[in-house]
Design a protein around this ligand. Structure first.
Ligand code: PEP
Length: 253
């Protein structure tokens, strides 16, 4: 049975003070024992500080990006072995902001996926359609294309140690959430695409929903059979809201 996972993507927000207050607050909430599996992805410069605060293992650490290269003359980049050394377990790959703002292609995303796994990290592979694609009825075909582009490069076996996140671009940071039924339809479709490669992989893979998930809508999303948790942006910066989401996920485990 798939366990629910909730991952906070802090994006480029925060300060050392915020890292401290958010993580001490979250840890205090998590200590009550009713959180689903939870991870936070602070900006890279705060990962070391976060690692020193997340000592009891209840909340895992993730990064928001990784270089496809292991080391070398790549000014400004951070490698997967570096993230692993800092204590990261996850890394977000293929977020729509990186695809749109930093021109990340499927080919590059596949390289990052491979680099992450080579260092023992679990990639959280993001995909999702634009509003225009949804409105023109292309959402399912588009996300299937995004997924197969990566499977064809990394192989289906690599998905044994990965997480998928369906993040419709029109729902990210907009306050407009996909309805539970809309999200479920896409998750079910992604699982069907995976099943064409491997039925066991399709059954086992955690598929998170991302896009304005919040304390009010999380439980309804998690009640859907193919939604295995959430990748949370804005609401992950508030201890109380994020805790509600982590508890809602655990209640539906
Ligand atoms: C995200 O950036 O991955 C995200 C889901 O953001 P938000 O929850 O703010 O829509």
């Amino acid at each position: 049975m798939r366990r629910k996972l909730v991952v906070g993507n802090w994006k480029m927000h925060g300060s050392q003070e915020l890292v401290h207050s958010l993580l001490t607050g979250l840890q205090a909430q998590a200590t009550q024992g009713d959180f689903a599996d939870t991870a936070v992805c602070p900006p890279a410069v705060f990962l070391a500080q976060a690692a020193t605060l997340l000592t009891d293992g209840r909340i895992a650490l993730g990064a928001q990006n990784v270089s496809q290269h292991e080391q070398g003359a790549y000014t400004g980049e951070v490698s997967a072995p570096m993230l692993a050394e800092l204590g990261c377990r996850y890394v977000i790959i293929g977020h729509s902001e990186r695809r749109a703002l930093f021109a990340e292609t499927d080919a590059l995303i596949a390289e990052k996926f491979i680099a992450a796994q080579a260092a023992g990290l679990t990639p959280i592979l993001c995909l999702g359609e634009s509003l225009q694609q949804r409105e023109s009825g292309q959402a399912l075909a588009f996300v299937a294309e995004q997924l197969t582009a990566i499977i064809d490069k990394v192989g289906i076996a690599a998905f044994d140690k990965a997480v998928l996140a369906y993040e419709p671009i029109w729902a990210i940071g907009t306050g407009v959430t996909a309805s539970p039924e809309q999200a479920q339809a896409v998750h079910q479709h992604l699982r069907a695409v995976l099943a064409q490669y491997s039925e066991p992989a399709a059954v086992a893979l955690q598929i998170l929903y991302g896009g304005s998930a919040n304390a009010a809508n999380a439980a309804l999303l998690f009640a859907q059979p193919d939604i295995d948790g959430a990748l949370v942006g804005g609401a992950s910066l508030k201890v109380d809201d994020f805790s509600v989401i982590c508890r809602a996920a655990q209640s539906s485990n």
